[in-house]
Design a protein around this ligand. Structure first.
Ligand code: BGC
Ligand code: BGC
Length: 605
């Protein structure tokens, strides 16, 4: 009896073992499974076949420029690549991107389990790393439209322009509640209240992801940067948000609650800290609050190299972040070191296999929902639509709705199209790079002819009557004799911490430009191109009209639409406009609230 039992046991063991062996040699791919399997079942089937190395690979995200060898995608079972700001192929054209993406993806498809890559990019105002893509206003302008239907339409256009390069994931929307405009990322935020983040965050996520992420031109959205990135002390980028939990929840959490309701598939963890603890290691906020309390089912990605800011060795840093709840790590360069440390963390028990399985399960679920197993390569039908006239028209609509008219003495605006002489001045009048701002073609952005678009000067020329003479001088000299002058001044491009400022005054050069115009006695309209409110005390009395055009992107014609009255201004502020630096931070709801222009301010004709 005992003998029989033993031999049965051995026989069963042999059968189980041979089944496993067969599994290893002949892996089951979701595409070969019956269609009536749910996504969850497909994920479990995959997960059960995966080695630890394959799981570690899925949790790894590498910037494309850091790949030492394209074969490494296959060798290390990489789960994700990204293009950081400006990380573009040598041929920066839509087809160049699609070819690059497909070639990477083909290596992932050669792995044993053929799990496709998910590829991320900062398409934060259009597919902004791609030359010739349409560039939308940055989020501060999108917020001032107060038009979620239009913002969703814009995100649909962006999704198409991203899908046309093969890429399937954008690190957007940024739903930071920017509480201090000294912060260099103020323009990436829709505004200073949770309200505006909720409205616009939901609209963008719906636009990117479609109803369930499965559409061919749908892309995965990523709400960022969780949590409190816009609340740091002094508006310091990657700084510390010092407040109690009730305040943190009241101001910074609502945007994520709405994003999760809308089905956002990924969330990026902030570089910043909360009361001195780095978000990347905050298990309470990442796992207890976000995943357990709010029921977030997607995956958490860390920010660029953020793990290095934690304490201890790389191995310890990885354990802290993964145990806190991060599922995928934007390494972004030393992927070999990351993978071997992650594996040794699991082998010595610093990270449990359950935690790894949870992370990989979340990532695979999104890949299946996105339909990557069925459509891993670029759908070239969308490639040709990048930068199309139809897409530019949507951006132009966003530009005109984003403009906030701050001052309009004697109703100088709108201007007549048939004036005989219009004078244009200022460093931002004829500069596509300046009107696009940071995160355009390169990480920091650049002045000059960086991509295809219409400058404000060109837009004005396109709009006025054929008999109107339009003259331009950057420094504002030579205005006399004109009916009106339009002076386009403000900020020049920056991104992230490079844009942190202790002084937001109008620069001396801009002031001088305006003085030069004013000295000729011509009525003057100021158009401010900036990522945030600026201190206007020097210029407010030198100008007859002032409009905030934010960072409008490539479609300057949206500005001309308002100047010449084809459309009335409807934009309303989403940041309170301070009188001076001492008033900053200034937020709607403050006691002693006394801004130059309040939240939701905006004139019309
Ligand atoms: C930024 C993120 C961005 C990431 C990838 C980081 O430096 O903080 O917003 O998504 O880089 O480019
Ligand atoms: C940015 C990346 C960028 C890199 C450049 C990062 O902080 O987020 O997008 O490519 O810096 O060094």
């Amino acid at each position: 009896m005992k003998k029989l039992f033993m031999s049965l046991l051995i026989a069963t063991g042999i059968i189980i073992l041979s089944c496993c062996n067969q599994k290893k040699d002949n892996p089951v791919h979701p595409n070969n499974q019956t269609d009536n399997q749910t996504i969850d079942q497909k994920v479990e089937t995959l997960l059960n076949q995966m080695t630890l190395a394959e799981k570690a690979g899925q949790m790894t995200q590498v910037d494309r420029s850091a790949l030492q060898n394209i074969q490494d995608i296959k060798t290390y079972f990489l789960g994700s690549l990204l293009s950081g700001g400006g990380s573009a192929p040598a041929d920066n054209s839509p087809a160049g991107w699609a070819d690059m993406y497909d070639s990477y993806q083909n290596y992932a498809l050669q792995t044993r389990l053929k799990i496709p890559l998910i590829y991320g990019i900062d398409a934060v105002h259009g597919n902004n790393n791609v030359k010739g893509a349409v560039i939308f206003p940055h989020n501060i302008g999108m917020g001032c439209t107060w038009d979620p239907v239009l913002v969703q339409k814009a995100a649909e256009v962006t999704a198409e322009e991203v899908a046309g390069t093969g890429i399937n994931w954008t690190f957007s929307p940024c739903i930071a509640v920017a509480r201090n405009i000294r912060w260099g990322r103020t323009y990436e935020s829709f505004g200073q209240t949770p309200e505006i983040q909720q409205i616009m965050g939901q609209a963008e996520i719906a636009g990117y992801q479609g109803t369930d992420l499965s559409g061919q031109s749908s892309i995965l959205a990523c709400a960022k940067h969780y949590l409190g990135d816009g609340g740091t002390y002094g508006g310091k980028d990657q700084g510390d948000t010092e407040c109690d939990e009730a305040t943190l929840r009241a101001i910074h959490l609502p945007g994520y609650i709405s994003a999760i309701k809308t089905g956002v598939g990924s969330i990026m963890v902030s570089f910043s800290s909360w009361n001195g603890v780095k978000m990347s290691e905050n298990k309470y906020l990442l796992t207890d609050v976000l995943k357990n309390e709010l029921g977030f089912k997607g995956f958490l990605v860390s920010d660029w190299g953020a793990l290095y800011q934690l304490s201890g060795s790389f191995k310890t840093q990885i354990a802290s972040a993964i145990n806190a709840g991060i599922d995928m790590v934007m390494v972004p360069t030393d992927y070999k070191g990351f993978i071997s440390s992650l594996i040794s963390d699991v082998n010595d028990g610093s990270i449990s296999m359950d935690r790894i399985n949870d992370a990989v399960r979340r990532i695979l679920t999104i890949k299946l929902k996105k339909g990557l197993f069925d459509h891993p390569l670029t759908n070239r039908a969308f490639t040709g639509k990048i930068g199309s006239a139809e897409h530019r028209e949507v951006a132009r609509e966003c530009v005109r709705e984003s403009i906030v008219l701050l001052k309009n003495s004697n109703n100088i605006l709108p201007l007549k199209k048939n004036l005989s002489k219009i004078f244009i001045a200022g460093k931002n009048a004829d500069d596509i790079g300046n009107q696009c701002g940071g995160w355009t073609i390169s990480w920091q952005g650049n002045s000059g002819d960086i991509t295809i678009g219409t400058t404000i000067l060109q837009a004005i020329k396109n709009t006025v009557s054929s008999s109107t003479q339009v003259t331009f001088s950057k420094d504002g000299t030579g205005a006399s004799g004109s009916n009106v002058a339009i002076v386009v001044i403000g900020e020049t491009p920056y991104a992230e911490g490079m844009g942190d400022r202790s002084d937001l005054s109008i620069s001396n050069d801009d002031y001088q430009t305006l003085l030069n115009v004013k000295n000729s006695g011509v009525p003057t309209v100021v158009i401010l191109i900036s990522g945030r409110p600026m201190i206007l005390d020097k210029i407010i009395n030198l100008s007859d009209a002032i409009m905030a055009a934010w960072l409008p992107g490539t479609e300057g014609e949206g500005v001309a639409d308002i100047i010449f009255g084809d459309y009335k201004p409807t934009g309303k502020l989403t940041q309170s406009w301070p009188k001076n630096m001492n008033q900053i931070p200034i937020n709607f709801g403050d006691s002693n609230y006394d801004p130059l222009f309040p939240y939701k301010y905006g004139l019309t004709y």
